[in-house]
Structures are given as structure tokens and as C-alpha cells.
Design a protein around this ligand. Sequence first.
Ligand code: FAD
Ligand code: UDP
Length: 388
Amino acid sequence: MNADLVIVGAGLFGLTIAQQAAERAGARVEIIDVRSHIGGNVYSYIDEETGAEIHQYGAHLFHTSTKRVWDYVNRFTAFTDYVHRVYATHDGEVYPLPINLGTINQFFRAVYTPAEARQLIAEQAGELAGTDPTNLNDKGIQLIGRPLYEAFIKNYTAKQWQTDPAELPASIIKRLPVRFNYDNRYFKDTWEGLPRDGYTAWMERMIDDPRIHVTLGTDFFDESQPLNKKALRAAGTPVVYTGPIDRYFGYELGDLKWRTVDFKEVRYDEDDHFGCPVMNFSDADVPYTRAIEFKNFNPERRDAQNHNRTVVWEEYSRFAERGDEPYYPINTDADKALYERYAARAAAEPNVVFGGCLGTYKYYDMHNVIDAALTAYEEQVAPMLRAR
Ligand code: FAD
Ligand code: UDP
């Protein structure tokens, strides 16, 4: 093995580091991933029957306001002009999200102006005025008033977190504000879109370099393969590790807690089942949180899609066990304290940089993880390569 750098994990963090190390330092990079494909959670494939691009680990929408990230990603893919919009089914009706004047007027059967709606919500939220709620239930009521909270947030959140909203931190819904106009764009970022020829083509182009080599189906902790933890440690080879940080240390201090999502696939003999890519289900009687109709993410590909069949994935959220895909860090105070103890050990680990969602126990959007990787390359990986 004559690599200058070994990267554990072919997700966006690992691929960005690999691309930078090869381009900027001329490094020979070996990437390993335990999965059978590159891209990590961003991986997607084309469904043969319908022509839909299925995002295997959950729907991924790219958005950013960070110029250096937008410039960077555009080196590897063009983006469609897709703008993310979400609808919600509640009590037999479909409403636009995030909660906006359209949602409010439909819900209250009214024609409120922005000022009238603002006043109504202020009155309804008044029961908690002047308080600073720390739990999600009270925060939700304070942001949008009890009727809208109970219709659109309470049951959805309980399904998603399997936890009484009164026990959840308020921070979870701070990013879903109410709007007093008819703007129902989900994201507020400067740029958004979907990779024109799919996520996997984008990921492949990032590492299209003779100095970068990828080995799939290979576990860093499997000592029967040469690029394993013990062997690389003994050789002093620089490593970027993007797997779970607790796993790296053999779970010695305990397990960090995650939520995962199970996907149930349903196919319909129709061209279009929902008329939109994402339908949330706000009520408790539907057991899943939302349904994704993948064809509708790419209307520009209609000519290549089947008009008689469509594929939908229903999402069921639950706590992850070891062996499940870890998707969303639960981040209780106990988890954060445990992570800090692991992070202290990681900082003392020679020749290893920990990064990405799993390596730092953080929920990062794609643009955040790319930005973090560009910084980690400059501040941690480049010095480690120079020191060799
Ligand atoms: P990952 O993609 O998880 O890559 C880590 C890789 O390491 C994996 O491929 C794994 O197999 C590998 N690995 C782990 N352990 C080992 C080992 N022992 N040996 C070898 N390989 C190993 N972001 C957005 O911007 N927009 C969205 O709409 C969006 N939606 C999301 C929906 C869901 C359900 C989830 C979970 C995330 C979503 N994200 C979204 C976030 C996005 O997925 C992440 O920002 C990004 O994938 C993180 O990249 P990463 O490299 O840190 O991790
Ligand atoms: N949420 C909700 N109703 C919805 C959509 C979201 O109550 O229809 C709440 C829920 O608590 C969720 C949070 O808002 O955990 C963040 O939702 P978002 O869709 O932004 O996050 P994602 O689950 O995609 O990460």
C-alpha cells in the first residue's frame, strides 16, 4: 500500500477531502467504504420501471447560501431549477407548507391580510407570551398558536420522534417559522436545485482522478483487509475517518443515540399519485410521516419516465439500534456530553482526522458538510500530509 492518505467513507465529506488532497497536494488517496457504492447517504439510482431517480437514503435537496460551496459543487455538476415545496394532508385536506398565509386562510376559512393574520396568530400564541419555552410543545404554541400547532406540528413531531413534544428541545422547530405572505418555498437559501444527471454522477466526477482509488465493500475494522485501523495505525498512515466516532473507539464510553428511517415502497398504476414530490401527513391516523414521489423531483426528465407507473416511498421514523443506519443525532444533553468525551479522545488520536456527520455526531446538510470538509482539508489534512 503506497497511499499518502486513507479515507474511511465515500460520503460527501470523504469525497471532498479526497478531491482536495489529490488536486492541491498531488496526494495518492485510497478511499474505502463498507457499502457497495460511493456517495454515502447522498447515493441515488434510477428505478428501471418508472425512470424515477430514487434517493436510497431519503430525499436529498441541495441548497446553500455559501458562495464557495456553490462554486465548488458546480465544478462537478450542473443543477436543475427545482425549487423545493412541500404539502401536508390534514383532516382530509391538502395545505401548503411551511405554514404561510395560504395555510392560515385555508385552515381558518378566511381571507386575512398579512396584518390580520399576524394579529390572529399573536392572539392565539398569547397564552405563552413573555415566556421563553425550552420544550417543543410550548415553543410551537408560542410561534404559531395552539390550533395550527395541533393541526400541523404536534402529531407529525410525535410520529417523527416517538417522544412527547413536551419532552423535546424547542430547537427542533425553530427552523419551521410561519410566514405572513403566500411564499411557500421551503428553503430560504440563495441557490438550490438538483444535480442535472443525478447525485451519483456528481459524486463520480468528484473523484475522477487517477490518484484516487476506491475500494467498496470494505470495513475499516475488518483486520483481514489491509486498509484496517490497526495496520494503518502501526504504519502511521494519515487517515480521515467519517464513520461513527463511538464505533472507532469500540463504544468504550457507551453508544451515541440516533434516529433512523424505514422506507416502505409503494407503486401505483398512475402517472402521478400526489402531484408533488413530498406529501407530509400531519395526523396521527397515518402511521408514516411523509411520502416521497421521486418522479416529481425531475419534471425535466418526463420524456424518459414511465407515464403509467409511479413509485412512492413512505417514511417511518424510529430510534436506531446498533446496525441500523444512523440518520439524525438525537442530541440530548447526555448525548452531547458523551460526544465531548469521545471528541477529546479523537483529538488525541495521532494521524487521524474525524469528520462528517458520523465522525462528529452532527446533523449537517450537504452544503454544511462540504464547507466543513473544505475547512478540514486546509486546517487539518493538509498539515498532516505535509508532516509526512
Ligand atoms: P455519509 O454520507 O454518512 O458517509 C459516511 C460513509 O462512511 C458511509 O458511506 C458509510 O458506509 C462509511 N462508513 C462508515 N463506517 C465505515 C467503516 N467502518 N468502514 C468503511 N466505511 C465506513 N442534506 C441536504 O443538504 N439536503 C437534504 O435534503 C438532506 N436530506 C437528508 C435526508 C436524510 C434522511 C439524511 C439522513 C440526511 C439528509 N441530508 C440532507 C444530509 C446529507 O445526507 C449529509 O450532509 C451527507 O450525506 C453527509 O456526508 P458524510 O460524508 O458526512 O456522511
Ligand atoms: N415538522 C412538523 N410538521 C411538518 C414538518 C416538520 O411538525 O409537516 C417539524 C418536526 O418536528 C420536524 C421538524 O419540524 O422534526 C423539522 O422538519 P424538517 O422537514 O425541516 O426536517 P427533516 O425531518 O427533513 O430533517
